[in-house]
Design a protein around this ligand. Structure first.
Ligand code: WT7
Length: 652
C-alpha cells in the first residue's frame, strides 16, 4: 500500500492557486523552518498579540535529567484577549460560534464575537467572585454547549488552568482528575443531552465530589432544567450568578510559559497523566495549524465534530479557530441522531466549508448507505479532515467521493494530545494525497524513523520503525502535571535525544509518512486513547477477578476493540451474568468508552519465568493469528497458550 504505484490525488489547479500554501511555498517554508527554527518561529510568533513582546524564541533541552521546553519565554499575553478582544473592532458582529443542539427541532445559536466577549466576561467574573484566581485549577465537566467555550476562555482570561473531563467519564474518573489537579471548582451542567438521551451530569458530579475535599465548589449551568439535588454552600447556580455579572473583565497578564490547561490522557502504564500545555507557544501553533492545514480563509464556516473533552476540541474547535477570527461550529449531538444524515444535514444548514471528523464516524456512517448523504446539499464543502487513528482506504475513498464529491482534499492529520497541534498532514493546496498517509511533516517538525531496538536512525527510503521527533515545536506539552520525572521517562528515555511518540511508522519510497499505530500498550478505540493498564486495574479491582490482561483487536467500526482476558478468583465460576457484571463494572470505574468489547475467561495467562505477561501472544490470539505466535519457549507454562487458543470461542 505504500509503494509509489499507489494512486495519488493531487490538488486541483484552483485549490493549489488559492491556498495559503502550495507545493512550492511548502518546500521553501519547510526548508526555512528547519534550517533556521529561531528565525521561522520568531516570525510566526507575530500571529498572536503580545502585551509584552518576546525577545527569546526557543529554549529547549531533551537531555534526560534536564528536560525543559520553553518558547517565547519572556513574552506576555492573554489567550482570551487573542481569541476575542482583538477581533472586536474588525469582526464584532461576525459569528464566532455556531451552536447546533442535539435535537434538530431546537434552534441553533449564532454567537457573535461581541456576544462571546460578554458571555466569557460574565463567566470570568463569576469565577473570580467564587475565589478562583491565577494558577488555580478548574475542572470542566460539561456537554457541548456554548458555556463550555465560555468557561475555557474565562479561565484563560483570569489565568486559571482548566482541565476538561469528557462528559462520558464516570464519577470515579472525574474524582481522580479533581483530586489529581487539586481543583478548586467543578463547572458542570444539570444534564447532557446526546442522541436524544440525557446524561445526569450533575448527579455524576455529586457522586464524584463525595470523594473530594469538601472545599471544592460546584458551578452548575442550566441546560435542560432537569431536576438536580443541591448542596447549599457548595453548589452555585451559574445562570443566576451570570445574570448579575458584569460584561467586561480585565484579562490577566500571563507569561508565555504559564500553564493554559491540563488534559488527562491515557499512557501505557499506570493512571492517566495530566498533559500540561502553556500559553504562548500553544496558541501560536494551534492558530497556525488551523489556518494552514484546513486552508481556512476569512469568512469560511469551519466544523470540527470532536468534543471539547479531547485535545482536538481544545485546539481545533476553540483556541485555533477563535485565535484566527474564524466561525467555528460546535455540535452537541451525535452523527446518527435522529438518523445517519445528521452530519450532512448540519453541513447543508450552516454551509460548512471545512469539515473535520474521525475515521470511526465515517466507517459507521458509510455502513448506513449513501442515501443518507444524498439527501443533503454538500456543495459548500472545500476541505475535509480526519484525525485520531489511521483511516482505511475504503473509508478514505467514500469520504473523498461520496462526501467530498471528488473535489475536496482530505487532510489526514496525525498528532497527539501531547503535541498540541498537527505534526504531520498533507496540505490541501500542496500535496498529492495518498489514501491513509499522513504524508508530510508540518513546518518546523523533523520526524525520524528509528530501528526499534538499536535506536539507529533509518535514513534511506523506504524505512519502517518507531517514530520520533528531533527538536521541539511551540505547541509541545511541557510536563506532566505534578510529575516531571514521569514526563522525562515517558517521552525522552527510550530514545535519548528525541521526543518518542509511541507510534510506529513507515516512510515510503517517495519519502511520505504512514502511521502504523501504537507500539506501546495504548490502544485506540474509536479514535480515543485507552491504556490497557487502566482497564486491567479496573478489572482486578472487582472482587471476583484474580488477574486480567487487556489487548486491542481489529474492530470494523471502532478501529480497535477492547479484548479482556480474565482469570477468576479460586472458587468463582464463569457465567454470562458475571460477564455482564464485569462490563458494567468497568463502565462505572472508567466510563462507557472503556466498556470491554470481548471478555475471554482465562484459567491462566502466558507469562515469562519472571512473571511478565506476554501480551504479544495475547494480541495474536485476539487477532486469530495463531501461526505467528513467535517464540513461546520462554514461557513458564506453555500449555496455557494452547488452552487460550482452544477456548477462544468462549469470548463475548
Ligand atoms: C494517537 C494520539 C490528536 C487528536 C486525537 C487523538 C493516533 C492520531 C492519527 C492519524 C493515524 C493517528 C496515534 C497517536 N492518531 N491521529 N491521522 N493517523 N493515527 O489524540 O488521544 O492523544 O491519541 O492517536 O496513534 O499517537 P490522542
Amino acid at each position: 500500500m505504500s509503494d509509489t504505484a499507489a494512486k495519488t490525488y493531487p490538488p486541483s489547479d484552483a485549490m493549489a492557486k488559492g491556498a495559503h500554501v502550495n507545493a512550492e511555498t511548502y518546500t521553501r517554508m519547510y526548508e526555512a523552518s528547519v534550517s533556521d527554527p529561531d528565525g521561522f518561529w520568531r516570525e510566526q510568533g507575530e500571529r498572536v498579540d503580545w502585551i509584552k513582546p518576546f525577545t527569546q524564541v526557543k529554549d529547549v533541552d531533551y537531555t534526560l535529567g534536564n528536560v525543559h521546553i520553553n518558547w517565547y519565554a519572556d513574552g506576555e499575553l492573554n489567550v482570551s484577549a487573542n481569541c476575542i478582544d482583538r477581533h472586536l473592532e474588525t469582526r464584532g458582529d461576525q459569528t464566532a460560534i455556531i451552536w447546533e443542539p442535539d435535537s434538530p427541532d431546537d434552534e441553533a445559536k449564532h454567537i457573535t464575537y461581541k456576544e462571546l466577549h460578554a458571555n466569557t466576561c460574565k463567566m470570568a467574573n463569576t469565577l473570580r467572585d467564587l475565589g478562583v484566581g491565577k494558577g488555580d485549577r478548574v475542572i470542566l465537566y460539561l456537554p457541548m454547549i456554548p458555556e463550555a467555550a465560555y468557561a475555557m476562555l474565562a479561565c484563560a482570561r483570569i489565568g486559571a488552568i482548566h482541565s476538561i473531563v469528557f462528559a462520558g467519564f464516570s464519577p470515579d474518573a472525574l474524582a481522580a482528575r479533581i483530586n489529581g489537579s487539586e481543583a478548586k471548582i467543578v463547572i458542570t451542567a444539570d444534564e447532557a443531552p446526546r442522541g436524544g438521551r440525557n446524561t445526569a451530569l450533575k448527579t455524576n458530579a455529586d457522586q464524584a465530589l463525595l470523594h473530594c475535599k469538601d472545599t471544592v465548589k460546584c458551578l452548575v449551568v442550566k441546560r435542560t432544567g432537569g431536576q438536580t439535588t443541591w448542596v447549599e454552600g457548595r453548589d452555585y447556580d451559574y445562570n443566576a450568578l451570570a445574570a448579575e455579572a458584569a460584561t467586561t473583565c480585565e484579562p490577566e497578564v500571563m507569561n508565555a510559559e504559564d500553564p493554559l490547561f491540563i488534559l488527562y490522557t491515557s499512557g501505557s502504564t499506570g493512571q492517566p497523566k495530566g498533559v500540561v500545555h502553556t500559553t504562548g507557544g500553544y496558541l501560536v501553533y494551534a492558530a497556525m495549524t488551523h489556518e494552514i492545514s484546513f486552508d481556512y480563509h476569512d469568512g469560511d464556516v469551519y466544523w470540527c465534530t470532536a468534543d471539547v473533552g479531547w485535545v482536538t476540541g481544545h485546539s481545533y474547535i476553540v483556541y485555533g479557530p477563535l485565535a484566527n477570527g474564524a466561525t467555528t461550529l460546535m455540535f452537541e449531538g451525535v452523527p446518527t441522531y435522529p438518523d445517519a444524515s445528521r452530519f450532512w444535514q448540519v453541513c447543508e444548514k450552516h454551509k460548512v466549508n471545512q469539515f473535520y471528523t474521525a475515521p470511526t464516524a465515517l466507517r459507521a456512517l458509510m455502513g448506513k448507505g449513501d442515501d443518507f448523504v444524498k439527501s443533503a446539499d454538500l456543495s459548500s464543502l472545500k476541505v475535509l479532515g480526519t484525525v485520531g487513528e489511521p483511516i482505511n482506504p475504503e473509508a478514505w475513498k467514500w469520504y473523498n467521493e461520496v462526501i467530498g464529491g471528488g473535489r475536496c482534499p482530505i487532510v489526514d492529520t496525525w498528532w497527539q494530545t501531547e503535541t498540541g497541534g498537527h505534526l504531520m498532514t498533507p496540505l490541501p493546496g500542496a500535496h498529492a494525497m495518498k489514501p491513509g498517509a499522513a504524508m508530510k511533516p508540518f513546518f518546523g517538525i523533523k520526524p525520524v524513523v528509528l530501528e526499534p531496538t538499536s535506536a539507529e536512525e533509518l535514513k534511506g527510503d523506504p524505512a519502517e520503525g518507531v517514530l520520533c521527533i528531533t527538536d521541539s515545536w511551540p505547541g509541545q506539552m511541557r510536563t506532566i502535571w505534578g510529575d516531571h520525572e514521569r514526563f522525562e521517562k515517558t517521552y525522552f528515555s527510550d530514545y535519548p535525544g528525541y521526543y518518542f511518540t509511541g507510534d510506529g511508522c513507515k516512510r515510503d519510497a517517495d519519502g511520505d509518512y504512514w502511521i502504523t499505530g501504537r507500539v506501546d500498550d495504548v490502544i485506540n478505540v474509536s479514535g480515543h486513547r485507552m491504556g490497557t493498564a487502566e482497564v486491567e486495574s479496573a478489572l482486578v479491582a472487582h472482587g471476583k477477578v484474580a488477574e486480567a490482561a487487556v489487548v486491542g483487536y481489529p474492530h470494523d467500526i471502532k478501529g480497535q476493540g477492547i479484548y479482556c482476558y480474565v482469570t477468576l478468583m479460586g472458587g468463582e465460576e464463569p457465567s454470562e451474568e458475571l460477564r455482564l457484571e464485569l462490563r458494567n463494572w468497568v463502565r462505572t470505574e472508567i466510563g462507557p468508552i472503556a466498556s470491554p468489547d470481548l471478555i475471554q475467561w482465562a484459567p491462566g495467562l502466558p507469562k515469562t519465568r519472571s512473571g511478565k505477561i506476554m501480551r504479544r501472544i495475547l494480541r495474536k490470539i485476539a487477532e486469530d493469528d495463531f501461526g505467528a505466535l513467535g517464540d513461546t519457549s520462554t514461557l513458564a507454562e506453555p500449555a496455557v497458550v494452547d488452552d487460550l487458543i482452544e477456548n477462544r470461542m468462549n469470548r463475548k
